[in-house]
Design a protein around this ligand. Structure first.
Ligand SMILES: [Zn+2]
Length: 157
């Protein structure tokens, strides 16, 4: 009840656009910390590569009751970010070392980077994808698994 009252007061104090921006920033800040974008709870990973079924704090179904391909967007985000970092780093390194860029070193560093970076970015790509999805599709009550989540709740508006 106090949470709901605070939320209503919050909405009255801030214009709706500011409230939305703050909500989106909060979703992504939590995602960057590998926490549940909805509530900030965690840990939401069983291991580096395995996400829990539900958030332990709010009970959000982390795959949002969709099939196993829910995180295809996260995989695409992973590939795009790693490629952009690789190409941007390569260009920056080449420009800084110009006129004698270390071509051999580019090859030697590029291959391990392109193998390791997607693995290191993997959990972050999942939480960022979940935050991105929550921006457009807010949590519905049926997505909250309440039996083992002590504080299952919908996000603040
Ligand atoms: Zn949560």
């Amino acid at each position: 009840m106090a949470q709901r009252t605070r939320s209503i007061e919050h909405r009255q104090r801030w214009p709706i656009g500011v409230t939305r921006v703050r909500r989106i920033l909060r979703l992504f800040a939590r995602a960057f910390l590998l926490r549940c974008p909805n509530c900030g709870g965690g840990p939401i990973f069983k291991s580096w590569f395995h996400l829990r079924e539900h958030c332990p704090k709010c009970g959000l179904a982390l795959e949002r009751h969709e099939s196993e391909d829910y995180f295809l967007g996260g995989m695409m985000l992973n590939i795009i970010v790693v490629e952009l970092v690789f190409v941007g780093g390569l260009i920056l390194w080449g420009v800084l070392a110009w006129p004698n860029p270390p071509w051999d070193l580019f090859e030697d560093a590029g291959v391990p980077f392109m193998i390791l970076a997607p693995l290191l970015f993997y959990p972050l790509s999942k939480t960022l994808w979940l935050a991105f999805d929550l921006c457009f599709r807010p949590v519905r009550p049926e997505e909250l698994h309440t039996s083992d989540a002590p504080t299952a709740r919908l996000p603040d508006a």
